[in-house]
Design a protein. Structure first.
Length: 101
């Protein structure tokens, strides 16, 4: 799985990168192959009262899933985005299984 991290006005530390990577690896094992993932973290002082905005995009066979979340801290926004992606991926896999029946 190819993972790309982007930080705008935010320094992404190794701990945050490892947390996201582990979370994506768990999703990959549970639901099937994730071919590519991109996590973009942005923090603008003049927009959204300085809140962190995270956009997470994953590519799986046949679809692209996206989660965009905002929070007061970068870690909370990343956690929310990963949780949303997990739910979307679970829903996608269930839908695929139902379609194949």
């Amino acid at each position: 799985m190819d993972i790309k991290f982007e930080g705008r006005n935010v320094e992404l530390g190794n701990e945050l990168r490892e947390r996201v990577q582990k979370r994506l690896e768990v999703m990959d094992k549970r639901f099937g192959p994730i071919t590519h993932a991109r996590v973009s973290v942005q923090k603008n002082a003049h927009k959204n009262d300085g809140q962190a905005e995270v956009t997470a995009v994953i590519n799986v066979s046949g679809s692209t899933l996206t989660a965009k979340r905002e929070s007061s801290t970068v870690v909370a926004a990343v956690n929310d985005a990963m949780e949303t992606l997990d739910l979307e991926l679970e829903h996608f896999v269930k839908k695929q299984k139902e379609h194949r029946r």
